[in-house]
Ligand binder design. Structure first.
Ligand code: ATP
Ligand code: MG
Length: 430
């Protein structure tokens, strides 16, 4: 059975490659596209099963490859002979197969067969595989940075845990919990705090960092352009205190379009190699905006949160300890049931007697147990003065109020995670 191929090749060897394709027994060229929009339109029209792209195809990025894969195409790269830079760029975009225009037809057939079989077997999107570590020098160990960089953490013995911190609308304290959870985890192992809130990022301000810090927007842009590797991510996520790195959010909420699903996923995948813990501050909304839109390929504001929930190993759901906050919390946990995400760990924040009556923890536990079947809850006390003090100083509670009850409760939150994490070992400085 022959498979249809659509090409978008820019170099002089285009016709040679098309001739090689024609000489294969299983692949026929359905369309030779002039540019990326033409290619995407052909893909959307279902004209091809395989797409071939050149490295210098204008506007080719990770999101475009993701779009091709959503139409069910597998993608391979094509370069002119000797174009090592082009090949490197295509591999950085996540393409596992890159061929040269002078490839023999039987070799081309074998490579495409392998690619199609792999995509069919794994269901992995072409272009979305984990990077073949583009930052690694030939001969260097996979997962280690290209250049010696003493600021990068050394390899750890356990896989990284990505912890999503999410919660309903109404500012229950997602960012406060995410920031302080990350700060406490950093006591034990290298930790990266990522601000993925596309409605109102706040991590930069809370830590007194420059609002213009490039952070997540730059990381996503680098991912789109195929230049995101471990050293690049480390540069964008500076260490703000020992072992705690921060990737700040989009500085203005109207820049949410910069956090596309494919690039957020790639940033989180790369982050797994940068830290033992990755704590992600998510936006509140998990509605699937694809359903609200005519154009299923339009950027989705909630994609960053949805992708994070899907990629995460652990999920902390934060609700506020007052009647409205608790009602929203119950609904939020119900909403999660329909989403690919880890089992939620529920944290009730801002717990105070003035909002729910005497012995608030007991009352909240009884109410959530009876009406929502939630029994494993963690509580954080309401302590405005302490939280305000930390915000004013641009610090975590571990730094600004280490002996406070709220800080102690946050330390308790880290226990299930640090139980499996190794104590951090730093590579010796040269
Ligand atoms: N335990 C607490 N005690 C008192 N105040 C708190 C506590 N936790 C958070 N706050 C305050 O509640 C407000 C909202 O907190 P935060 O920004 O963490 O919420 P959020 O869920 O991230 O909100 P947003 O929807 O804006 O992202 C802040 O003013 C913060 O100082
Ligand atoms: Mg927030």
């Amino acid at each position: 059975m022959s498979r249809t191929v659509i090409t978008a090749l820019t170099g002089a060897g285009e016709s040679e490659l098309v001739a090689s394709l024609g000489a294969t027994s299983d692949y026929v060229v359905a369309r030779r596209c002039a540019d990326l929009p033409d290619l995407l339109a052909a893909a959307a029209a279902g004209l091809g099963q395989v797409a071939l792209v050149s490295p210098d195809l204008r506007a080719l990025d990770r999101s475009a490859l993701h779009e091709l894969s959503t139409h069910g195409l597998v993608v391979a790269g094509v370069t002119e002979p000797g174009d090592d830079l082009g090949e490197r760029r295509l591999r950085q975009l996540g393409l596992a197969v890159v061929v040269r225009t002078d490839i023999a037809s039987h070799e081309l057939q074998d490579l495409l067969d392998g690619l199609v079989a792999q995509a069919g077997a794994t269901g992995v999107e072409p272009g979305a595989e984990d990077d073949p570590d583009p930052g690694a020098l030939p001969g260097s160990r996979r997962g280690l940075p290209r250049r010696a960089d003493d600021d990068l953490p050394g390899p750890t013995d356990v896989p990284c845990r990505v912890i999503a911190v999410w919660g309903p609308t109404g500012a229950p304290g997602r960012s406060t919990v995410a920031l302080n959870l990350a700060a406490e985890l950093a006591v034990h192992a290298p930790t990266l705090l990522v601000d993925c809130d596309t409605y109102g990022s706040s991590v930069a301000q809370a830590l007194g960092l420059l609002d213009e810090a490039p952070g997540m927007a730059a990381a996503c842009r680098a991912s789109d352009q195929g230049t995101l590797d471990l050293p690049a991510l480390a540069r964008l996520a500076p260490e703000v205190s020992p072992r705690l790195r921060v990737l700040t959010g989009v500085p203005r909420a109207d820049r949410w379009t910069e956090l596309r699903a494919a690039s957020v996923e790639h940033v989180l995948t790369t982050a797994r190699r940068l830290a033992t813990f990755v704590v992600v501050d998510c936006g509140f909304c998990v509605e699937d905006d694809e359903e609200l839109s005519y154009d299923t390929l339009a950027p989705r504001r909630n994609a960053a949160t949805l992708v994070t929930l899907e990629c995460a190993d652990e999920l902390v759901v934060v609700g506020a300890g007052d009647p409205i906050g608790l009602q929203r919390l119950v609904r939020a946990v119900q909403d999660l049931a329909g989403l690919p995400s880890p089992t939620p760990r529920v944290v009730v924040n801002k717990v105070r007697a003035s909002a729910v009556g005497a012995r608030p923890e007991r009352r909240i536990a009884e109410a959530l147990g009876r009406f929502a079947g939630m029994d494993d809850l963690a509580f954080l006390p309401h302590d405005q003065a302490t939280v305000d003090g930390a915000m004013f100083a641009g610090k975590s509670l571990a730094e600004s109020a280490p002996a406070s009850e709220l800080r102690r409760a946050l330390v308790g939150l880290t226990e299930p995670y640090v139980a499996v994490a190794p104590q951090h070992r730093r590579r010796r400085r040269r």
